[in-house]
Structures are given as structure tokens and as C-alpha cells.
Design a protein around this ligand. Structure first.
Ligand code: GAL
Length: 377
């Protein structure tokens, strides 16, 4: 019940038509394509809402045609358990598969890739040997996708890639070669643009010291990751597109990690001091580290410096509400986890699956932070 309310509220928050169907309803969640072409009327959504409120795990399971969900074995590997965002994602994925799709907990194996592609490859090969029906893989290195796909395809096991997007040409190759693989994620360009807009929409457009130039530091995730590349590029593009003159003072990789975010920001503050107007962080964990450094340096967010992240971790959304951080962007792990699970089960049940599903991001500013907090807490 609690989650149903959350999912409903999320649909409202993101102004999109969200699939109200239970697991295996085969309707995608809020993919961009589905969102733009959605034809579901408000009345239908209402009807589905009340339907879903009564849905039990058994009823949801029964709705899945094909293989009995209690017999489906899903192999999952997450690039690294020690990642705040992927922990939220992983927990929701597991909960959804068991509680809403009717899978047995013991038939879901979730492995920690430990940020080691070799280790993850062993996990994938074990899933193959043990005859898993489908895999959901958060690659350590997106560049390993061809090997993973080839081995899974040879074994007849479909793969749903999540979070770290393979090359676009590869996604097309799955279609051209009839390979059972898909990617479920979010378009990182959108999250970068939202970050830049959050700064551009401030009264002074981020020019904290009023000298006519917005000087910033960029705390990057793992730069092999398109999320890091696009957020870095698009946040600044949104700012310059709004007519703001910018200057980059520091750009460093923080690998999505809070401690590294703190160190990079502390060093930048001691080197460039009051010149820094904005701290852009590719994710919230690093932004939390940056906030520690900013406070330790005696600076005050939203007074003499601005700070934005991505993900919408609870702590960060609370900071946005309490004027301690400028903004963040909700990386919808509910939508992504549900779509990934739905598509995995669609593969198992022989249904058609597209090659890419994108879930929208949502801007988080003081205006809607309370609403977003309701959804994620
Ligand atoms: C991003 C997320 C980061 C980190 C990364 C891992 O989408 O914003 O916090 O989890 O994925 O690939």
C-alpha cells in the first residue's frame, strides 16, 4: 500500500503517465517513448490505481503469463555494493521481484561486482553454468558488454543491462542480430541539463560574487561512465545556453564517492577560495562530501557558493528543503528497477522487448523537495 502511494505520487511529481500495471503487466514504466506517446486517460489511470491497491503478490504473479514466477531464476550483478545510489536501486529491485512479481527470494541471486570486471565476469559465468533464466547486469565497465552479451547469448540467456549504458551501436546490434539484450536506464544528458538549469534559474544565475563570471569546479564520477561525461558536459551547456559566462577552475574524478568529493572540494577551496561560485557534482554522494568541505572552509551554500548534485538521496533532499544545498535531480530508481524487472520477465516469457528503455529524471528544487521526500522516504 505504502509503495503504491509512492508510485502514484511519483507519477504526479514527474507529470508522466506511469505504468500502474503490476509486475509483468508488460506495459513499460515511464520510458521516454511511452511517456510521449502514452494514451492512458486519467480515468483509466484511476481505474488501474484502485485495481493495483487490491493487488496481492499472488494476483500479480498470476498475471504473469508463461513461466510460473516462483520458478524463474534471476542472476543480478551490481557493479559495486558500496555505492549509495545503486544500493537503493538494488533493494528496490529485489523487493519488487519478490513482493510484486512473485519470485522466490532464493531464486534471485544478487552479487557484488566489487568494482572489478574480472570478478563480475566470474559471477556471470557462474549464472550461466547454474542455468539462470535471465540476468540483470550493472556492468563494472560498460566496454565489457560485447563479451558479456556474446557469452549469455551463446548460452541462450537474455540480459537486461542497467545503469551503465553500453555503446549506442551495440544497442543497435542487438536488434540487427536478434540478440536478447536490452538497456534500462536514464538519459544522463537530461540530468546534466537539469543541474545547469537549477543554477541558471537563480536570481544571480550562480554568480555568487557578482563579478560577471560564474567560476565553478566539476566533481566528476567515473569518467568512463556516460553518466559522468554527459552530466559534466550538459550542466555547463545549460548554463552557457542561458547566456552565462563561465570559467572552469577544477575538474577532477571523484568516482561517485563521498570522501573523494570532500577531498577534491577541500583542495579546490584552498586553492581558489572565494573565486568559486558553484560546485557541480555528478552525484549526491560526492555533493555530500563537497558540503562538508564547504562548511569546513567557512563558506555558506546559497549565500556565497552554490552546490548541486544528482540522485536525490534522502539526506540531500532534506538539505535542499533546509537551504543547505541548492538542488539535486531525482534519479528514479523505482522506475528503473521496475522496468528492468518487467523486461527481464518479458524476456523469460517470450514477449517482445525493445533495445532501450529510458526513465525520466526530475529536477529537485526547494519548491518540490518536500514532495520528492515523501516519495523516497
Ligand atoms: C549514476 C548515479 C551515481 C552512481 C552511478 C554508478 O547514475 O547517479 O550515484 O550510482 O550511477 O554507475
Amino acid at each position: 500500500m505504502r509503495l503504491t502511494k509512492k508510485v502514484m505520487a511519483m507519477a504526479l511529481a514527474s507529470c508522466m503517465v506511469l505504468s500502474m500495471a503490476a509486475c509483468g503487466g508488460s506495459q513499460p514504466a515511464e520510458t521516454t517513448a511511452a511517456a510521449t506517446e502514452a494514451t492512458t486517460t486519467a480515468a483509466e489511470a484511476e481505474a488501474e490505481k484502485s485495481d493495483e491497491a487490491e493487488t496481492t503478490a499472488e494476483a500479480a504473479a498470476a498475471a504473469v503469463e508463461g513461466k510460473d514466477p516462483s520458478e524463474i531464476k534471476v542472476g543480478i550483478s551490481i557493479y559495486q555494493f558500496a555505492d549509495n545510489f545503486m544500493t537503493l536501486y538494488r533493494e528496490e529491485l529485489q523487493r519488487y521481484l519478490v513482493e510484486e512479481c512473485g519470485l522466490k527470494a532464493e531464486n534471485i541471486s544478487i552479487m557484488d561486482g566489487k568494482n572489478d570486471q574480472g570478478e563480475q565476469m566470474n559471477q556471470i559465468r557462474n549464472f550461466i553454468t547454474q542455468g539462470y533464466d535471465v540476468m540483470i547486469i550493472n556492468l563494472v565497465q560498460a566496454s565489457s558488454e560485447p563479451t558479456v552479451t556474446e557469452e549469455c547469448n551463446a548460452a541462450g540467456i537474455p540480459v537486461v543491462y542497467i545503469n551503465r549504458e553500453p555503446e549506442a551501436e551495440r544497442e543497435q546490434a542487438w536488434v540487427d542480430e536478434g540478440i536478447k539484450a536490452t538497456y534500462v536506464g536514464a538519459d544522463a544528458r537530461q540530468s546534466g541539463t537539469f543541474q545547469g538549469e537549477e543554477i541558471a534559474e537563480l536570481d544571480n544565475k550562480g554568480d555568487a560574487d557578482g563579478d560577471g563570471v560564474v567560476r565553478y569546479i566539476m566533481v566528476q564520477g567515473d569518467p568512463e561512465n556516460v553518466d559522468a561525461q554527459y552530466r559534466t558536459e550538459k550542466s555547463i551547456e545549460a548554463l552557457t545556453g542561458a547566456g552565462v559566462e563561465v570559467e572552469e577552475l577544477v575538474k577532477m574524478r571523484g568516482d561517485w564517492d563521498q570522501t573523494k568529493g570532500q577531498e577534491i572540494t577541500a583542495n579546490a577551496l584552498s586553492q581558489h577560495g572565494a573565486k568559486i561560485d558553484v560546485v557541480f557534482c555528478n552525484n549526491d554522494a560526492m555533493a555530500l562530501g563537497a558540503l562538508q568541505a564547504i562548511e569546513a572552509a567557512g563558506r555558506t551554500v546559497n549565500e556565497d557558493i552554490y552546490l548541486v548534485g544528482v540522485d536525490a538521496l534522502v539526506e540531500v533532499v532534506e538539505h535542499v528543503m533546509n537551504d543547505k544545498m541548492t538542488g539535486t535531480v531525482f534519479n528514479d530508481y523505482f522506475g528503473q528497477a521496475h522496468t528492468a524487472a518487467d523486461k527481464a520477465l518479458d524476456f523469460v516469457n517470450g514477449k517482445d522487448v525493445d533495445n532501450v528503455y529510458m526513465v525520466d529524471y526530475v529536477k529537485v528544487t526547494p519548491e518540490n523537495a518536500g514532495e520528492i521526500l515523501e516519495l523516497i522516504k
